[in-house]
Design a protein around this ligand. Structure first.
Ligand code: DX5
Ligand code: ZN
Length: 223
């Protein structure tokens, strides 16, 4: 994918870096600022060493925004909660390859709920781990930090994985988005996009800035 032919990337602010005392206003501000999706990081203190929020927070925000809810489940097990997230207003749900033994079943369940199905991959997990479920996947979330916390540095070691996944996707002929999640800012974003990502998830680089619209524009321009 050359830099010249590339379409402008999807920008998905990660709510994890927002002011939790003002969630509704924070979501409205990124929506006004030009975000395409809202990325929601659900953490259970078990699969990852941190706890964030669950389906109730999605449900509370759902009436207040048109943004697609891109839900990243860092929970194990995930299957018992998939219907709850669908009911709460998720549009896309991603489960981790590492979160359970039955990834294929989880992805089928997400599709049966009428949602876009995503799979997230930790930094140490190879691209090959998703090859045999690509027929069920709409989104691949390549973790470019260890999951659990915002504000970490982008892992350059993941660029070759993004490129490998892009080649695998091209072979399938299916339209599958590649998200890069963690440490994305205007310096790291072009590297991820050049490797083949087309969705930029960013927490600190948007909610940590005084002007969200300018921060989103800077990320979009980096593509
Ligand atoms: C980390 C989350 C990310 C995180 C990104 O576990 O999956 O979505 O919020 O935060 P930044 O952009 O600050 O690295
Ligand atoms: Zn995430």
């Amino acid at each position: 994918m050359s830099a010249t032919s590339r379409l402008s990337p999807i920008i998905a602010p990660s709510l994890l870096a927002a002011d939790f005392g003002r969630l509704r206003e924070e979501v409205a501000a990124v929506e006004r600022g030009g975000a395409h999706w809202l990325h929601l990081d659900v953490m259970d203190g078990h699969f990852v060493p941190n706890i964030s929020f669950g389906a109730l927070v999605l449900k509370a925000l759902r009436p207040h925004t048109q943004l697609a809810f891109d839900v990243h489940l860092m929970i194990a097990p995930a299957d018992p909660y998939l219907a709850d997230f669908a009911k709460a207003g998720a549009d896309h749900v991603s489960v981790h390859v590492e979160a359970g033994p039955h990834l294929h079943r989880s992805l089928q369940t997400i599709r049966d709920l009428g949602l876009k199905a995503g799979v997230a991959i930790n930094p140490a997990t190879p691209a090959e781990s998703v090859r045999h479920v690509l027929d069920l996947v709409d989104i691949i979330n390549v973790m470019t930090v260890n999951p659990g916390f915002g504000g970490q540095s982008f892992l350059d070691s993941q660029l070759s994985k993004i490129a490998e996944l892009r080649r695998m996707i091209t072979e399938t002929g299916r339209e599958i988005r590649i998200e890069t999640d963690g440490g994305i800012d205007p310096a790291s974003a072009p590297r991820a996009l050049n490797a083949g990502a087309d969705v930029l998830i960013a927490g600190s680089a948007i909610f940590g800035k005084p002007d969200y619209a300018a921060a989103i524009a800077a990320l979009r321009a980096s593509g």
